[in-house]
Design a protein around this ligand. Structure first.
Ligand code: GLY
Ligand code: MN
Ligand code: MN
Length: 462
């Protein structure tokens, strides 16, 4: 946990920004895996973590904007729990540890909700993303669960996004701690990427590194010699020379701040000519984004600039044809990169995605595109100092997609399908860094993880 003053200040700001009514922030509950007592690893809700910092399950935080009072509600453990768990702090003690003066039971929370409804004061809550919290909110408010999401508070969503988008110095320090672990995960796995090994061995190594640093993974490891499948979570392939291995993985610190890093390496440690050509193209797009990312530019503009680098490279290879601006304007390059350049990152690897991506990544000024590829850009808005965002261009030769566009004639004025036939067995490459928007530009966070062809070959030769 940060010191309690951090949480007090965050709650004070939230009350000010929302302005009126009662704010309810639900923590998470244990989630059964195959029977009630065998649970998935507990992960606290990120909004609850941000404003209350407490890791225990079943907690609910409440902020009264009208009288300035904060509360933490939950039922205390009794001796039947404690014989299994050992001694645990009371809800009152937990609340006090983060500067909250009031605490109570779940029955007392129900009474407070009914009283607030009776006073015709608004109750603000976020759209629940777990069924148990959806049901709990329905019960607290006395509404059917089908209506819960509909009545979530836009004022609260926007106030949370406003605060959480700007990372403080202590948050940046935590994110860099997560990247330090990601360094060990990636450099270690690179050295293991030799023919004869299996993807699951490297994926297991990475997860072990995260656990050894006392945090979970920030998402299931992507470790695949079929990187053309964007989020490939299968790990059963044997590594063979001639394949690129895409490793997209990150961890959470003990406080749940994330890293999200991708490196792509040639199995065996030496790039062949084709691999080197495509790798350096993706790297140029990654570096262009770093060069131009600064306050005031939109990430949609950065995505477009990186896309133009890729389009020019594919044009030079004879895979795409025509004017580069026209290729990108028509989305023809998206055949080879059907995703966006990046997303916000913080307490969630896709930060705040549970609030609704359109509110997190876009605003009244910058609207999401409906064009294939650009439509998957999770963050398009104007950048501000303190944003942490990923820069993750890629190159993907997806046989099913190539065949579909070819058969339909999609963007046929810009795609040389005959030339592309020769690349259908290539696989994929992605390069991903986590970057901080500074006052004047941006900074790649963390200790540099080998990224150039020379650095990767040198690391893999060790
Ligand atoms: N690991 C998922 C992503 O890069 O967004
Ligand atoms: Mn990633
Ligand atoms: Mn990412």
């Amino acid at each position: 946990m940060f010191k309690k003053e951090t949480y007090i200040a965050r709650r004070e700001q939230l009350r000010k920004d929302v302005g009126h009514g009662l704010i309810i922030i639900q923590g998470n509950h244990e989630a059964p895996c195959n029977y009630t007592d065998n649970t998935y690893a507990f992960r606290q809700d990120s909004t609850f973590l941000y404003f209350f910092g407490l890791m225990r399950e079943d907690l609910i935080g409440v902020l009264d904007c009208d009288n300035g009072k904060d509360y933490v509600f939950a039922n205390d453990y009794d001796i039947d729990d404690i014989i299994w768990t050992g001694p645990l702090p009371s809800v009152k003690e937990l609340a006090a540890s983060v500067g909250v003066e009031n605490s109570g039971t779940l029955a007392e929370l129900q009474t407070l909700c009914l009283k607030t409804i009776g006073e015709a004061r608004k109750i603000h809550y976020l759209p629940p993303y777990r069924a148990d919290n959806l049901n709990q909110m329905g019960s607290l408010l006395g509404i059917k669960k089908e209506g819960v999401t509909r009545y979530a508070s836009m004022e609260l969503i926007l106030a949370c996004i406003k605060q959480r988008s700007i990372k403080s110095a202590e948050e940046i320090e935590e994110i860099e701690r997560a990247i330090a672990t990601a360094y060990n995960m990636h450099v270690g796995a690179m050295k293991m990427a030799m023919p004869g090994r299996y993807e699951y061995e490297l994926a297991g190594f990475m997860e072990g590194q995260a656990r050894m640093a006392n945090g979970p993974l920030s998402f299931p490891v992507i470790m695949t010699t079929h990187g053309e499948t964007l989020h490939n979570h299968g790990h059963n392939n044997k590594l063979e020379v001639g394949r690129m291995l895409v490793m997209d993985a990150g961890c959470e610190t003990a406080m749940h701040y994330c890293s999200d890093i991708t490196r792509s390496v040639p199995v065996g440690g030496k790039f062949n000519e084709r691999q080197k050509t495509i790798y350096e193209l993706v790297l140029a797009a990654n570096m262009e984004a770093i060069r131009i990312t600064r306050p005031g530019i939109t990430y949609q503009e950065v995505h477009t600039a990186a896309s133009k680098i890729l389009a020019q490279g594919y044009k030079d290879l004879g895979i795409l044809k025509g004017n580069v601006d026209d290729i990108v304007a028509n989305g023809a390059h998206a055949l080879l990169m059907p995703h966006g350049l990046g997303h916000m990152m913080g307490l969630d690897v896709h930060d705040m995605e549970n609030y609704g991506q359109i509110y997190v990544g876009y605003d009244d000024e910058t609207r999401p595109s409906t064009q294939f590829g650009l439509a998957s850009l999770r963050c398009g808005r104007r950048l501000q100092p303190g944003f942490v965002i990923t820069d993750e261009p890629g190159a993907y030769f997806i046989p099913a997609l190539i065949d579909k566009w070819h058969a339909e004639g999609t963007n046929k004025d810009f795609v040389n399908f005959d030339e592309l036939e020769k690349w259908k067995d290539f696989g994929g490459i992605r390069i991903e860094d986590d970057i901080l928007v500074t006052e004047t530009g941006c900074r790649v966070l963390g200790k540099p993880i080998p990224k150039t062809v020379a650095e990767i070959e040198a690391t893999m030769a060790e």
